[in-house]
Design a binder for this molecule. Sequence first.
Ligand SMILES: NC(=O)c1ccc[n+]([C@@H]2O[C@H](COP(=O)([O-])OP(=O)(O)OC[C@H]3O[C@@H](n4cnc5c(N)ncnc54)[C@H](O)[C@@H]3O)[C@@H](O)[C@H]2O)c1
Ligand SMILES: [Zn+2]
Length: 405
Amino acid sequence: MSTVRQRFDVPFDFPVHFTRDVFGANSTLLLDELLRGTTTAPKVAVVLDGGLVAACPALPGRVTATLDRGGARLRRPSPPRIVPGGEPCKSDPRHLQALQQAIAEDGLCRHSTLVAVGGGALLDLAGFVAATAHRGVRLIRVPSTVLAQDDAGLGVKNGVNAYGRKNYLGTFAPPWAVLVDHSLLATLPLREVRSGLAEAVKVAVLRDGAFFAALERDAAALTRGEAAALEPAIRRGAELHLEHIRGGGDPFELGSARPLDFGHWTAHRLEELTDGGLRHGEAVAIGVALDSLLARDAGLLPGPIAERICALLAALGLPLHHPALEALDVADALDRFREHLGGELTITWPTGLGRSTEVHAVEVAAVRRAVAELARRVVRAPERSDGGAPGPKARVTPVPAELRP
Ligand SMILES: NC(=O)c1ccc[n+]([C@@H]2O[C@H](COP(=O)([O-])OP(=O)(O)OC[C@H]3O[C@@H](n4cnc5c(N)ncnc54)[C@H](O)[C@@H]3O)[C@@H](O)[C@H]2O)c1
Ligand SMILES: [Zn+2]
């Protein structure tokens, strides 16, 4: 036998800009990123989220005007394309094929760029198309939901749903750049705003107790979508996610653990079971509440902290329970989560605010008990033992009208 060992490192380096009015008359950011490192006029294709365009009909014209300012420095084979936003664009293979075909017809090459503007679902679809066309054309993401700005639009993953499973087909592919434009959130429905805050709560619990306290303090303004509270919350949530990808040591998830996927073993299954009836962030909120109670019951998380986590989610207008939880096949959900990662089942549970641990087994009976507790509980304001301001007001866990059985 003779063996030639291959080993090489490929550095990744991409900017995430936090800004406003990317498509305003005075912004050069998009052009700067499109032209960065190019010598010949690169080709550009644009895909826009249909829900965003419906809410902001002027957007295609503003995007076109922004690119027009690039003059002959850019080549644009087609006007912006509009793809229906939300989970259907990831679940219906016709959208995938149509976008792939569009890229082929535009003649994009690996030095060309696909610009995708939209929510996490549209960005996941566009990312998959960009990563697989010619084995990778450049992708600039412009996330337009809270969830996409504080989580989904920032990282190195993409994917579409297939064979009844969420994100079954996908790749790890860092983008060329991410332009986080907070002004795009002006048209976002409040339900979507709140859904996106679930990922901020999740990462605050795991990584940053001070951020968690800031979310508690600003909960009322956040749940109303007030920009003054929302933008710093998105920014801190985004920073924590980016720090994890950059410094966590496993950006392409080769190990068995996915340390930021707290609450996600339930969330992914709930999204599948409700067939999109629950937003990703809503499903994450339920998963975070459930795992917090499980961690408490396992003696890992102090009870008052579990209360504060549930109270904050509720104060942000997020559900802590859904009837589909009753139908959840726990063993199957855990197994699918394990299968998605490979290796041993590894679930992250909080042990305090800003601290976490990994567990490798979850008792089905314990989950049943925690689900029953979520179903009947009234979330009460926790008494702060540290002398700080009281937590959010006592309230019944809200369940949006459209989610009631
Ligand atoms: N790749 C990742 O790392 C990652 C991480 C987390 C979540 N995700 C994925 O993200 C998806 C959820 O993303 P999401 O929460 O952003 O929701 P979404 O993409 O489903 O969008 C929600 C709705 O808002 C509309 N919309 C988007 N921007 C708008 C705006 N500014 N104004 C008005 N309407 C607007 C969309 O058309 C859609 O109807 C899920 O598919 C999830 O799996 C991916
Ligand atoms: Zn998530």
